[in-house]
Design a protein around this ligand. Structure first.
Ligand SMILES: Nc1ncnc2c1ncn2[C@@H]1O[C@H](COP(=O)(O)OP(=O)(O)OP(=O)(O)O)[C@@H](O)[C@H]1O
Length: 251
């Protein structure tokens, strides 16, 4: 899959992280982290368990504040632009038998964007339909979420993020619970979306995402960026030690 050139326009970096450090109590999780994500990039964030990936995402989303350093998203303090960020969390922890339909889940992506009274407008429902269409899941709209496969649910959560018409899409391990075919489908879809959206995706699968992303940010308390061609066995070993082996994903 060739990497799509960005067609998005605008100026200034989408995410700017400068010399950020973060601790939970005495435990230092992020140390002097710098990262700049330019408009139209597709960046993969990789690293070992407990390396700080989810913490960094929470800082970018404005759910946590750094003790040192500075973060700007779309030029603003993150908490002020949360409605311009599309976030797909790690495999959802809510009970799958919750009685809610796909279209209700996707329309929830409009919360905070529509009427201040909390009612959905026709424009919100239209945005939800467009988002479902974009992830090729319109046929699922009336289904209860409990009846979906892992891959289908992931598409629906992606549609929920897209319904808010974000400028950046942030995904936390979007393919952690789906099979290889589903993983390829999700990343093919992300590659298409990258033609108009900046994307930051967390993954454990450095070899697989290297076929899609334009840059890999390796995080293990400190952060180092690599072009995908530089992600070789040495870089992976440096990051993960002996805890990982390179898996050939040619399929
Ligand atoms: N709320 C919290 N309070 C205290 N420690 C935390 C909290 N959240 C995370 N940690 C710790 O911070 C470290 C980094 O966690 P984080 O979830 O950011 O890593 P991660 O790279 O996303 O890991 P994984 O790949 O396993 O999801 C871990 O040691 C974790 O136990």
């Amino acid at each position: 899959m060739p990497k799509a050139p960005s067609q998005t326009t605008g100026s200034g970096p989408i995410v700017q992280i400068a010399d950020v450090s973060f601790s939970y109590g005495d435990a230092l999780v992020l140390e002097h982290v710098d990262l700049c994500v330019e408009r139209g990039e597709f960046v993969g964030l990789v690293g070992p368990n407990a390396g700080g990936k989810s913490t960094l995402l929470k800082l970018i989303l404005g759910l946590l504040e750094p003790q040192a350093g500075r973060i700007r998203v779309l030029g603003e303090v993150p908490s002020q632009v949360s409605d311009r960020i599309g976030y797909v969390p790690q495999f959802p922890s809510f009970p799958r038998d919750f009685p809610i339909s796909v279209e209700q889940v996707v329309t929830m992506g409009r919360l905070g964007i529509g009427s201040s009274l909390g009612w959905y407008r026709a424009a919100d429902r239209a945005a939800a339909r467009r988002a479902l269409d974009e992830v090729e899941a319109s046929d699922l709209s009336k289904r209860r979420i409990g009846t979906l496969s892992g891959g289908q649910l992931q598409r629906v959560l992606l549609a929920r993020a897209l319904a808010g018409e974000p400028e950046i899409l942030i995904l936390d391990e979007p393919t952690a619970n789906i099979d290889q075919r589903g993983e390829t489908d999700v990343f093919d879809l992300l590659a298409t979306l990258n033609a108009r959206l900046t994307i930051l995706v967390v993954s454990h699968d450095i070899a697989f995402i290297s076929d899609y992303v334009s840059r890999v940010a390796c995080l293990n308390r400190t952060l180092t960026c690599h072009g995908t061609s530089a992600v070789d066995g040495d870089a992976i070993h440096q990051l993960y030690g002996d805890r990982v082996r390179l898996v050939d994903h040619s399929h």
